[in-house]
Design a protein around this ligand. Structure first.
Ligand SMILES: [Zn+2]
Length: 457
């Protein structure tokens, strides 16, 4: 069993307590053994002589980040077709195994995958747990369970919902029950449902939500739901869902219900933010950029109410799109919770650590610097309680400890893209376009026509 002693660090415990200066932390095996005031010069130093000693004077020790919304099967996709159709199951699996390394290298020591194609997430999770693949601790759902009125049944009826897609269409209660049973048999940690894309209606019926939640719990599994609107969020909380994804458009009474039941909410602001702020840089369709801005404004109202009511907030990023590449933006979500929800730095850190434990099936065991907690930790050059942005700079994440061991990470891994689509071009080559070009005029803006949902997943 390895012992690690981290000397003279400043501790942010992830559990909301004020930072503690000058602390020695001893890790034995996979758990934290002690957190004590640093031994003074000449006094007996903690830990055995053969321990791994890390001098962290002037540096911060905090729990590793947990991202409760990270899709490893999406492969940094530029199109919806890329997530559902292109790239074989074998190709997607290899890419996911590559990309988890990038996530860990960013200081993210835990991820939860709320939906993805096939059972790739289950296999990657097991490969990491058995230490065949280097990646963060992981839990995974299977394909989203959805109806024809929720996410993922987006292709024409004659194309249907294909086998490689990220969702599975279940339009009857019997079909939903059968799919829960099939997914549990295949090793998922939790069930993910997808309600309406934009939250303008509730697509599942109340009794469907109750039945799915009850069955998942009976089989010792958890459940979560893509719920942007008020009605479906409320119905899912009442049905006993274990945490809620998004919750953009909430009323005061639903916020009170979330607080009363202590149902965690994962706002996933990052995807909206990158579209709203940077979509122009990468050619995102203007209507998506505008819709994201509007959704963020509404979300800020909901989020401020949530914070005031004491709703448990959890960091999730929707990493996995080309706008949210692996390892790139996870820690930005903490800054966004401050920007749109009014959280303090310490509250944002708690959302990314202790509060997120439930999504790893490890609540009260992970995400804290305290004796007995699992030792997934970061040594950070800087003080995130004063400047949250230091967590966004990989160079400042000096040491990553996962399950009680210092991990060696490669921060220069390249992207491994998927096959994207069979797009031939993005504009219409009319004679006017050609003659304008001949006259030296700038090319016409590409016309992008897409069915992709702007604020979908
Ligand atoms: Zn998502």
């Amino acid at each position: 069993m390895t012992t690690i002693v981290i000397h003279n660090c400043d501790v942010i415990d992830g559990m909301g307590n004020a930072p503690r200066r000058g602390v020695d932390v001893v890790i034995e095996g996979s758990r934290i053994q002690s957190v004590e005031a640093a031994a003074t010069d000449g006094a007996a130093q903690p830990g055995p002589a053969d321990a791994v000693h890390i001098d962290a004077s002037g540096k911060t020790l905090m729990p590793g980040l947990i991202d409760a919304h990270c899709h490893m099967t999406y492969g940094e996709s530029m199109t919806q077709e890329e997530q559902d159709i292109f790239t074989s199951v074998e190709g997607r699996t290899l890419r996911a195994a590559w990309n988890v390394q990038k996530v860990l290298a960013a200081g993210v020591t835990g991820i939860s995958q709320p939906g993805g194609s096939y059972f790739i997430g289950v296999a990657i999770r097991d490969g990491i747990a058995e230490r065949r693949i280097k990646g963060p601790r992981m839990t995974s759902a299977g394909r989203y369970i959805t109806t024809s009125n929720g996410l993922t049944d987006w292709y024409p009826d004659d194309a249907g919902v294909i086998e490689g897609g990220i969702g599975i269409r279940c339009n009857t209660l019997d079909a939903m029950i059968a799919e829960v049973r099939r997914q549990v048999k295949n090793g998922v940690d939790f069930i993910k449902l997808a309600d309406s894309p934009f939250g303008d209606y509730q697509s599942f019926r109340d009794e469907e939500l109750v039945t799915i939640a009850d069955l998942a719990h009976q089989l010792n599994k958890r459940c979560t739901i893509h719920a942007r609107g008020n009605a479906e969020t409320r119905a899912a909380v009442l049905a006993g869902f274990d945490w809620i994804m998004h919750g953009n458009l909430l009323t005061e009474s639903t916020v009170e219900l979330l607080a009363e039941r202590q149902t965690p909410l994962v706002p996933t602001l990052l995807l909206l933010e990158v579209w709203a702020e940077y979509g122009d840089l990468i050619g995102s369709p203007p209507f998506i950029v505008e819709a994201s801005k509007r959704m963020l404004e509404r979300t800020a109202e909901s989020l401020h109410m949530c914070r005031a009511a004491g709703v448990k907030l959890v960091v999730g990023t929707d990493t996995g799109f080309a706008m949210t590449p692996y390892g790139e933006w996870h820690a930005k979500e903490l800054e966004l919770l401050m920007k749109y929800g009014g959280l303090t730095e310490l509250e944002a850190i708690t959302a990314a650590t202790y509060n997120a434990g439930v999504t790893l099936n490890l609540e009260n065991e992970i995400g804290g610097v305290a004796p007995g907690m699992l030792a997934d930790l970061l040594v950070v050059d800087g003080d995130p309680s004063q400047d949250i942005a230091v967590l966004q700079d990989p160079a400042r994440i000096e040491t990553i400890i996962l399950d009680g061991e210092v991990v060696d990470v490669d921060r220069d891994l390249e992207s491994w893209s998927n096959e994207s689509s069979m797009t031939y071009t993005h504009g219409y080559l009319t004679r006017d376009v050609v003659s304008a070009a001949g006259a030296g005029e700038p090319p016409a803006m590409p016309i992008v026509r897409t069915r992709a949902n702007p604020i979908a997943e």
